[in-house]
Design a protein around this ligand. Sequence first.
Ligand SMILES: Cc1cc2nc3c(=O)[nH]c(=O)nc-3n(C[C@H](O)[C@H](O)[C@H](O)COP(=O)(O)OP(=O)(O)OC[C@H]3O[C@@H](n4cnc5c(N)ncnc54)[C@H](O)[C@@H]3O)c2cc1C
Length: 447
Amino acid sequence: MTEAAEEFDLVVVGAGAGGLATANRAVDLGAKVLVLEKSQAVGGSALLSAGILWTAPNLEVLRRIQPDHDPVIGPLIVNNYDVVKQDVLNAGVEVSEEWHDHLEWGRACKIDIPGVFARWSEKVSSSGKLKLGVTDVELVKEGDAVVGVVYRHEGRKQRSLAKGVVLATGGFQGDAELRQLFIGNGADDIAVRSNPNSVGDGFRLGASVGAAASRHLSGFYGHTLPSPVEVTSEVFLRLTLYFSAYGVVVNREGRRFSDESLGDEVTNQRLVKQTGRRGVLIWDDRVQRERSLAAPYPSGLTLDRHAEAREIGARTAETETLEELIEVVRDWGVDGAALAKTLADYRAAAAGEKRALDAPLPERPSPLAEGPFRAVEIQPCMTIPYGGLRIDGDARVLDRDGRAIQGLFAVGADAGGAQDLRYIGGIIFGFVLGRRAAETALDGAGE
Ligand SMILES: Cc1cc2nc3c(=O)[nH]c(=O)nc-3n(C[C@H](O)[C@H](O)[C@H](O)COP(=O)(O)OP(=O)(O)OC[C@H]3O[C@@H](n4cnc5c(N)ncnc54)[C@H](O)[C@@H]3O)c2cc1C
């Protein structure tokens, strides 16, 4: 039996980056908020993250990195960096100095994610409610408008009404069926590098009331990790191969399939389409010293990821010559003759000779000159999708005719379409869109 409905100003489904940022702003605006979280703790993927609040520093860089970005949401994210950084500072937690070469072009600072989430959760609990271990959330409609939710908590079915419901469940990466459907064949069989509870609930709830899907449904953020390795939260940050952007990556046919300098996030997406969804990352000793052993960003872990990967059973190689390396990699099922040709052509092109390459030569190609040479077999992993529910610049969920569904909002990874191939941040999409959703819903602009 459903209990009598309780009334709130705003209901937020999911208590990670987007959900807590929404609730924090709503409380600041004087609202009574209900936050529903599926797991037994707040934080979602953001709590597992490196805590880097970052994005493109200006619209020119946004256009260069993401030529097919959403013309409204992209600029909204970039232009609100300082605003949401101030929200974090207002929580009284530590925020590092900014750096301006994140992934070579991004603006970034490290924030104390556990600290800020603790403060925001306390705020919500003191003026509203935060419920953990919530299941079976469904939307309540009145006419065409979303007016609340029903859900199960502590064994009881409950009903809460509100001016707005904000979907912040963190994306669909944990659901093999949606991965296969949107990202394509083989994506059902890739590892997930995120919290385990983001399984497309927000997307399905939206669809249940007529929401449209966004653009860029086949794009996603994640990183390559060594293979074969069981992908658990212990290895998420330790074994991420950020430095693949400075090496050479080939598939089982021994051929390159991406300009590696576009970033590990791009190689990772393209790896899903390669035979067996496996590749090999090859680098020389200079890249080992200058990139692999160095911290990927200020405060990032400095460790020998090649040695770590070997220790936990991944396929790795370390040889004095490239010829020897090719022999080892051949045993992993890679076409050795094709790999020898790929590397010879790559080095010749890097030295300025004209060669036809399978993938464009990076602007600053890896010299592949100094032994010892290293290799590791790699696998793709998914952290969040780029696609999700279609929203407008006020975080309102849209139907297939482009009309806002009254009372329904989506933020963070549940809101899609803003990123295309390259990646311009994850936490920032929760913080900026969360803030916007709260303001719109409480202003009545969601109606
Ligand atoms: C290892 C790692 C490192 C990362 N590093 C960075 C970084 O440094 N910088 C950066 O910008 N991004 C980073 N990210 C990405 C970033 O964490 C995500 O983009 C961001 O957390 C997404 O925010 P969100 O609110 O959409 O989802 P989340 O933060 O994942 O929150 C979603 C919440 O919804 C809950 N939920 C799911 N379904 C339901 C339901 N039906 N009912 C109720 N609750 C539900 C989940 O349990 C979860 O708590 C990283 C991610 C990982 C995994």
